[in-house]
Design a protein around this ligand. Structure first.
Ligand SMILES: [Zn+2]
Length: 265
């Protein structure tokens, strides 16, 4: 019966992923997230319910608008599948407990900011503000797991120090970068985002997530430039890499740290 739970969680994930696509796009455009109904961006054809089913509609429609036959962006499909898979992975890692809910909300945050950051190079304050409230409440009722603790801090102290550290460190990097390069090197959205990541991960994992995000950003950035998928002088949104780095560390950070120290001790 376990397999049914996985399928069920995957379906919830792709449905929410579909909704997060809408949220990511519409909030950046300053539109309401509930109305009007979703429509084709090219011809304005209003989508009926069967054209809004995650993944399946894309397959039925062979990736094209029913009216004008223009291509539907594969980004929608990509984020639906990614959300579904990460929800399933969260269940695999944590089972049904408090941390499972923290993890699917953590995934949700990163899907929404990745959609808007990739499209508009923006991480909206509304999204950050919403998740700040959600994560503060979550970490009161579902405290940071003890193994995430740095220097044996208790869970609440760990959350607060993690948040202050995440925000403070990126603010500092942004400030110094601005002085040295005379231009913005760190988006305001990225700085605020790291504040809420700190609440969930605590001090040491927040620090590692930044190293991971920077490494992934650099490697994937060079690969994409090498493959000529993106241009060299075009700025790359950092949000998706922050998401990727933070999730890697969230799921496996403790294992990686233990493995690393066991090599030398
Ligand atoms: Zn159309």
């Amino acid at each position: 019966m376990e397999i049914l739970i996985y399928i069920y969680i995957f379906i919830i994930g792709i449905c929410l992923g579909s909704f997060y696509n809408v949220v990511g796009f519409r909030i950046s455009e300053g539109k309401s997230i509930i109305s009007p109904r979703s429509a084709c961006p090219k011809c304005g054809h209003v989508l009926s319910w069967w054209e809004l089913i995650p993944i399946f509609s894309y397959i039925f429609l062979v990736g094209k608008c029913r009216e004008c036959k223009s291509q539907i962006s594969t980004k929608y499909l990509f984020f639906e599948i990614v959300t579904g898979l990460l929800f399933v992975f969260s269940y695999y890692m944590f089972g049904f407990n408090g941390e499972f809910f923290v993890s699917i909300l953590f995934v949700s945050l990163f899907v929404i900011i990745s959609v808007s950051d990739l499209e508009y190079m923006l991480i909206e304050d509304k999204v950050i503000g919403f998740f700040l409230i959600v994560f503060v409440l979550l970490r009161i009722f579902i405290p940071i797991p003890p193994e995430f603790s740095t220097f044996g801090f208790n869970s609440y102290v760990e959350s607060i120090i993690g948040g202050v550290f995440g925000f403070g460190l990126l603010f500092l990097i942004g400030y110094i970068g601005q002085k040295v390069y005379k231009q913005e090197v760190m988006g305001g959205g990225d700085i605020k985002l790291y504040g809420i990541i700190g609440l969930i991960l605590g001090l040491k994992l927040t620090f590692f997530s930044l190293i991971f995000a920077s490494l992934l950003g650099t490697i994937i950035g060079y690969v994409l430039i090498g493959l000529k998928i993106i241009k060299k002088d075009k700025p790359i949104p950092f949000g998706p890499f922050i998401g990727l780095g933070s999730l890697c560390v969230y799921y496996y950070g403790i294992d990686i740290i233990n493995w690393y120290f066991n090599l030398f001790l």
